[in-house]
Design a protein around this ligand. Structure first.
Ligand code: KG4
Ligand code: ZN
Length: 349
């Protein structure tokens, strides 16, 4: 059985071919990141135009790499939400046209579920686990049992990845913030700044906007001190900040704080539910500090932690193909009226 995965929910345009449940024959990603960099964040119109230009080329490359023909495909799986509406429409329309033309089954995939499913390519899904989703747009903890899931908590404001992006922007370090902060943090002192834990009503909820504001205030304070001393222009100052220990200390302290919250709440959720496995997914799961810290603290409590293969951490169609295949096996099919749902949630089902 060959599944074609299609992903166009944000700034990546991706097609993948999955044989059976585990064998990724290809997973091609075309990123429009370089087009967004000058703007310091993803520009939706640019992202959807890039997908429109690239999707056909990416499909051809995915088929060539997999050494198959389009007619060999048995199932088409496509992200239909959540994400940017223009970008989602490109993938969904493309997938529907293929399904109609080739008379092949179509399955709409929830991008967030796919991030977690990326963990199970080549590994057996545990019967029970806690899902920790950490992406640019979402942060949540969920309980999974025999294929059913229940949301336990989520962020009440910014997502974890969004916080990395915003802190990097405040320091003038560029976009996307996650990888830059991880790198810059290596030079810094993680005890340099202390950020207070925010209060949320839900035990398993998250909040990241307070720490972002705290960083903004520290940056402003630093800038005014620098301005007094050297009378440099603000723009020069932003660059100056990157080179200074100040930025590295902020990155290290912020990363340590964010990772501590994610680690503590995930372990608390696992202990609360009495489960032995925590499965992590989403772009922030690429972060080595998170990987090391969560693994170390969980293993001390006899809890296993799952991270996706590195190539499957940021947005890619391989994970979409895998989740689509799972849904297909459960008997789920989408009609040709399938549409983009920008605010699709990680829901009970
Ligand atoms: O899952 P993803 O590719 O897109 C969404 O579905 O949102 O996640 C992108 C997010 C960005 O916010 C990016 O800064 C973050 O993942 N990210 C990281 C790292 N690599 C990517 N955050 C922390 N450390 C990283 N190494
Ligand atoms: Zn994603």
């Amino acid at each position: 059985m060959l599944t074609l995965g299609i992903e166009t929910s944000c700034d990546e345009t991706s097609c993948a071919v999955l044989r059976g449940k585990d064998e990724l024959l290809s997973n091609i990603v075309s990123s429009s990141l370089f087009r967004h960099k000058p703007f310091g964040g993803v520009v939706p119109e640019i992202a959807s135009r890039h997908s429109l230009e690239q999707i056909d080329v990416v499909l051809q490359e995915a088929l060539e790499t997999a050494k198959i023909k389009l007619e060999d495909i048995d199932l088409i799986a496509v992200t239909h939400g959540p994400g940017l509406i223009g970008s989602l429409f490109v993938g969904v329309s493309f997938a529907k046209a293929l399904a109609y033309q080739m008379k092949k089954p179509l399955v709409g995939v929830n991008h967030l579920e796919a991030h977690l499913a990326a963990n199970f390519i080549g590994r057996e899904e545990p019967e029970q686990y806690i899902g920790l989703l950490v992406s640019g747009g979402h942060t949540s903890l969920s309980f999974h049992e025999k294929g059913e899931m229940k949301l336990m908590g989520e962020t009440i404001d910014d997502a974890a990845g969004e916080a990395f992006d915003k802190v990097a922007k405040l320091l003038g370090l560029g976009y996307p913030g996650g990888p830059i902060i991880e790198k810059t943090a290596k030079e810094g002192n993680l005890k340099a700044y202390k950020f207070t834990a925010p209060k949320q009503d839900g035990r398993f909820d998250f909040s990241f906007s307070g720490v972002k504001t705290a960083v903004r205030l520290l940056v402003e304070k630093q800038q005014s001190a620098e301005r007094k001393e050297q009378s440099v222009q603000i723009n020069d100052l932003r660059y100056a900040l990157c080179a200074m220990p100040f930025a590295a200390d902020i990155c290290a302290s912020f990363q340590d704080t964010a990772v501590r919250w994610l680690t503590d709440k995930s372990i608390d959720a696992a202990e609360f539910k009495g489960v032995q496995d925590i499965v992590v997914g989403g772009g922030v799961s690429a972060n080595n500090y998170l990987r090391e810290k969560l693994e170390k603290e969980a293993s001390a409590k006899g809890i296993r932690v799952w991270f996706p293969a590195r190539s499957l951490t940021i947005d890619n169609a391989g994970m979409i193909a895998r989740r689509g295949w799972e849904l297909y096996e459960k008997g789920i099919r989408s009609p040709l009226t399938l549409t983009a749902v920008p605010n699709l949630v990680l829901a009970h089902h």
